[in-house]
Design a protein around this ligand. Sequence first.
Ligand code: PLP
Length: 426
Amino acid sequence: MSNFNSLAVSELEALQTELKEKYEEYKSQNLNLDMSRGKPCTEQLDLSLEMLDTVTSNSNLKTADGVDTRNYGGLEGIPEAKEFFASILEVNPKNVIIGGNSSLTMMHDTVSRAMFHGVYGSEVPWIKFPTVKFLCPSPGYDRHFAICELFNIEMIVIDMLEDGPDMDQVEKLVGEDETIKGMWCVPKYSNPDGITYSNEVVERLANMKTKARDFRLFWDNAYAIHHLTDTPDELKNIFTACEEAGNPDRVIIFSSTSKVTFPGSGVAMMAASENNLDFFRTQMFVQTIGPDKINQLRHVKFFKNTDNLKAHMEKHASIIKPKFDRVLQLLSEELGDKGIASWKKPNGGYFISLNTLEGCAKKTVQLAGEAGVKLTGAGATYPYGKDPKDRNIRLAPTFPSLEELSKAIEIFCLCVQIVSVEKLLA
Ligand code: PLP
């Protein structure tokens, strides 16, 4: 099949009839396929099942420094968890706080506290400004945008380029506007593009001049160790880059084991300068007497060392890589040479991000939904749910079985074609 853009009207019309017939055939099967959220599949969850046995009624539940994990205390996490997870965050354990079960909660709370109390070095709480703005590289993670919406933080879309956010845009904006207080970054295998920020982008983020002296990078390294290949992307260390740039307090790093062990029952973590952490500690002290230390201990006992963690992540990859490969293969077979869609092959993370022709994403997602294939809502990857070009669709291949996934992608590709033909005929 040739490029749709070079087909005559009569050819497009014939194609339309053919595609619609196929679509009706699928529709009559009353399918119910869900690839809307990036969730691990059951086989992946099974990889961590033994972790639940590492803490039993007769185990030693004391930490390395003798604290009973069953009791209150340990505001910033148990020492062995700080030590262990510092390796994921690539910082010194003294710069780490191990929290509860969700990094998103830590991000939400950090933004919330900044609004009410500012951050270390703020002259006034952020909320005292008539508007507070965040830079949002997009497409991006919908939940980050939801946090901004909740706190009435104005979001500014920053284009994602091949090696991360468009730094010319970023530098210009932060250099001029003191109400830009933050920026969301998913620096490795970004959600949804799968892009890893280049060294240059990391350095420019660390070094750029910001009008707001209390500007913060919200560095959500959710996919730090979630590789799909033997030659993983390398991400420059933002923490040391900021220190070297003389901006040690600029970055707050987040991560979790949600897609390492159990989403919802994993361990969340953050890292920042000692100034930042001291500031947070005084507020956290009021919020909680301490996190779930038993879960932290369970994680450390299960993994024991970083080699085991690496081997564990390789098992995840061996389960989900065939799914990514299948999606990429089908996209290439069904859409490859038609000039109606483009996508990236990620080296890690949880998503494949596809761009349709402009103005086609919403209709495609709707059509797929009517044929029983649930996708992430079009627009969700942009602030306020508004994709200015209505073209980005996030595919989440991990949860469905290979068989379900194949069918879902076949239908999806059919829908992309139908909507594209419609646009070309209009
Ligand atoms: N950050 C990103 C970029 C994600 O994609 C997700 C989940 O999809 C999360 C955070 C959620 O993390 P947690 O489960 O630790 O709250």
